[in-house]
Design a protein around this ligand. Structure first.
Ligand code: CU
Length: 246
């Protein structure tokens, strides 16, 4: 029994080290283009780091048991009848419950507060979803892009999206921002985000708006490019839009 614990423990250690070196070796996340996305990626990485020892423990016990305790007797022979092991059950329950409660608090509640604490916004963009297109209105600038093929945003400005739908439930998702929220008919939903790099869909496919709620035959086409400009370029774009619609 003691030998099994030592060998099983060694296997657990080896698998854990392999998993930690794998996640430090490879880039786990796609392009990050907003301050909020960094917070979300940090939280996700932390959850992975916590989950690895739990995962490798289960795999180690499983693998070790498969090879060490495999049946060697007659086919009709029953295995050892084990009812329970109270210390192991309680230890497992307490450790995994403790980890789950800790994760709810940090990064759960602390991360949510970090994302939503700053209520100041520099730019409001109203997003209207419909089968199967997006319309964007910049109310402060008096610009509406109906059935838009591009969403233009300025870098380092805190943006408030006010999201709604005219027909059924859609979902407003920008992968590079890591944020997604439903577009619901008859009500507004909100997303605050601060883009922190300049770029466009041509640079990286994660710079796009994508519907993330299966909404019918045109769902996959419900996608528009995102372009993040410098504040100066954005202001020039605003002037071009207002003069072209006059
Ligand atoms: Cu959709």
């Amino acid at each position: 029994m003691r030998r099994d614990v030592i060998y099983g423990g060694l296997l657990w250690l080896v698998l854990t080290v392999i998993c930690y070196s794998l996640i430090s070796e490879f880039t786990l996340f796609p392009l990050t283009a907003a301050h909020e996305a960094e917070t979300i990626d940090e939280s996700f990485l932390f959850l992975i780091q916590l989950a690895i020892p739990v995962f490798t423990f289960v795999v180690s016990v499983l693998l070790y048991s498969i090879f060490r305790f495999r049946r060697t007797g007659e086919k009709s022979e029953d295995g050892l009848h084990i009812i329970s092991n109270k210390p192991v059950t309680w230890m497992w329950l307490l450790i995994t419950s403790g980890l789950a409660i800790y994760m709810i608090i940090d990064p759960g509640l602390t991360g949510f507060k970090k994302l939503t604490a700053n209520k100041n916004v520099d730019l409001v963009v109203q997003v209207e979803a419909r089968k199967w297109s997006w319309s964007f209105t910049y109310p402060q600038q008096g610009i509406t892009l109906k059935d838009a093929d591009e969403l233009i945003l300025p870098v380092n400005q805190r943006i408030l999206f006010e999201i709604s739908s005219v027909d059924i439930i859609h979902s407003f998702w920008i992968p590079a921002f890591r944020m997604k929220i439903d577009a619901v008919p008859g009500q507004l939903t909100f997303m605050r985000v601060t883009p922190n790099i300049i770029g466009s869909f041509e640079d990286d496919i994660n710079l796009r708006v994508q519907c993330a709620e299966l909404c019918g035959t045109g769902h996959s086409r419900m996608r528009v490019d995102l372009r993040i400009l410098t504040l100066q370029e954005f202001e020039t774009w605003i002037i071009e839009q207002t003069t072209s619609t006059d």
